[in-house]
Design a protein around this ligand. Structure first.
Ligand SMILES: [Zn+2]
Ligand SMILES: [Zn+2]
Length: 332
C-alpha cells in the first residue's frame, strides 16, 4: 500500500510499504481521510518520530475486512471514525472513567506511538476503536471525530452550563474544536481571541465571534472558564488573570517549555487550572454530533489533499493562512 512515511530528515515521503497484517481479532479499515494537526508537528519537531514511521491519528474510513475471531457486529462496508488509542480497560485510570490517562496510552497509540497511523491507505485496528458513523455522514468526515472529541472533553471538564460565559484563547484547530464543542453543548455566551486576521475570518465563517486579544478586556465580563488553546506559554498567566474568581482555566495547547505564572493570582482568586488530554469518554458523542446537526462539518472537511501533498500540507499547517482543518485523502 502507499503511505506518507517519515523520512531520515523528518519530512514526509510517499512510499510503498507492506500492507498491514490483519490479526484474527482485528478489523481492516480503508482510510478515506486522515486529518493532520499541531500534535503531529510537535511530535515531529520534538524528535519523537523515527524514519519509516507512519503518522496520522485522525481517521475516517470504511471497514474492508473483519478478522475471523473478531468479536464485533461491524460489517464490511461500514463507515467508521477510528479512535487512535486503545484503552486497556483495567488500569486504575480506565476503571475510574478517565481512559485518557490509561497507563501506556501514548506508546500504543496509532500515529503517535508504536502503531502505524492513518497517513496510509489501510490500517488495522481493534473493533473497540471503530465508531460507526451516523447515516449520511461520509467516511472522510469521520476524520473530524478525533479532534472534535478533544474539544468536547475540554468543554465537559469545564463544567460550564447554560448561561455561563467562556473565552477561548487561540483560534487554531484546537480552539475551533473547543468553540464547536461549546456550541454543541448549548453554551452560547463565548468568543474566541485570535491574533491573526485570517483565522478570525475563518472563525467568522463558522459563525463564531472572534476578536483580537487586545479587545478582550473591554468585552469580557469575567468568564467562568477560559480555554487556553494557544500553545504559547505566556498566555497561561493572561488566562488566569482573565477568568473570574473561582473560575477554571483549561489548558489545551501543548507547551513544551517552562511558562511563568504568578502563583499569588491563583491563590487570591482560587482559580483552578486543568490540563486537558485527549477525550476521556467523549468520543461517541463527538461521532454522534457529526450527524445530528450540532456541528458544522462542511467547512471543516472542505480542505482536502492527496497523500503526495502531505509534506506541503504540514508546511501550510503552521501558517496562519491554514484552514481550521486539513484532511489528507490516501485514495485521492
Ligand atoms: Zn490531532
Ligand atoms: Zn487503562
Amino acid at each position: 500500500m502507499r503511505a506518507a512515511v517519515v523520512s531520515e530528515d523528518r519530512t514526509f515521503e510517499v512510499r510503498s510499504v507492506p500492507d498491514p497484517e490483519l490479526e484474527s481479532d482485528q478489523v481492516l479499515v480503508r482510510v478515506d481521510a486522515c486529518g493532520i494537526c499541531g500534535s503531529d508537528i510537535h511530535m515531529r519537531d520534538s524528535g519523537m518520530v523515527w524514519p519509516g514511521m507512519v503518522m496520522g491519528h485522525e481517521m475516517g474510513g470504511t471497514v474492508e475486512a473483519i478478522g475471523q475471531d473478531c468479536d464485533t457486529d461491524l460489517k464490511a462496508g461500514d463507515t467508521v471514525a477510528v479512535m487512535p488509542c486503545r484503552f486497556c480497560g483495567t488500569c486504575r485510570a480506565c476503571t475510574a472513567g478517565m481512559p485518557q490517562l490509561c497507563s501506556g496510552l501514548l506508546p500504543t497509540s496509532m500515529g503517535l506511538g508504536s502503531r502505524p497511523g492513518g497517513l496510509a491507505e489501510y490500517v488495522t485496528v481493534w473493533p473497540e476503536q471503530c465508531f460507526r458513523l451516523p447515516g449520511g455522514v461520509p467516511a472522510a468526515v469521520g476524520a473530524l471525530a478525533e479532534p472534535l472529541a478533544v474539544g468536547f472533553h475540554g468543554v465537559v471538564e469545564s463544567r460550564l452550563s447554560h448561561g455561563d460565559h467562556a473565552v477561548v484563547m487561540g483560534g487554531g484547530s484546537i480552539g475551533v474544536m473547543v468553540a464547536m464543542g461549546l456550541r454543541a453543548h448549548g453554551i452560547a455566551d463565548f468568543f474566541v481571541t485570535e491574533v491573526t486576521q485570517e483565522r478570525r475570518d475563518a472563525l467568522a465563517t463558522l459563525g463564531f465571534e472572534a476578536v483580537s486579544p487586545r479587545e478582550v478586556l473591554g468585552r469580557s465580563h469575567s468568564p467562568d472558564a477560559v480555554f487556553d488553546c494557544t500553545g504559547v506559554g505566556s498566555v497561561l498567566q493572561e488566562a488566569i488573570g482573565l477568568v473570574r474568581p473561582g473560575g477554571t482555566v483549561l489548558l489545551m495547547g501543548v507547551v513544551e517549555r517552562p511558562a511563568e505564572i504568578l502563583p499569588m493570582t491563583l491563590v487570591i482568586k482560587e482559580v483552578s487550572v486543568r490540563g486537558i488530554l485527549a477525550y476521556g469518554e467523549t468520543y461517541p458523542d463527538a461521532v454522534a454530533a457529526l450527524g445530528d446537526g450540532r456541528v458544522e462539518t462542511d467547512v471543516l472537511s472542505a480542505h482536502r489533499a492527496p497523500l503526495d501533498a502531505t509534506e506541503d500540507c504540514f508546511r501550510d499547517l503552521a501558517s496562519a493562512q491554514a484552514p481550521p482543518k486539513i484532511l489528507i485523502e490516501p485514495w485521492a
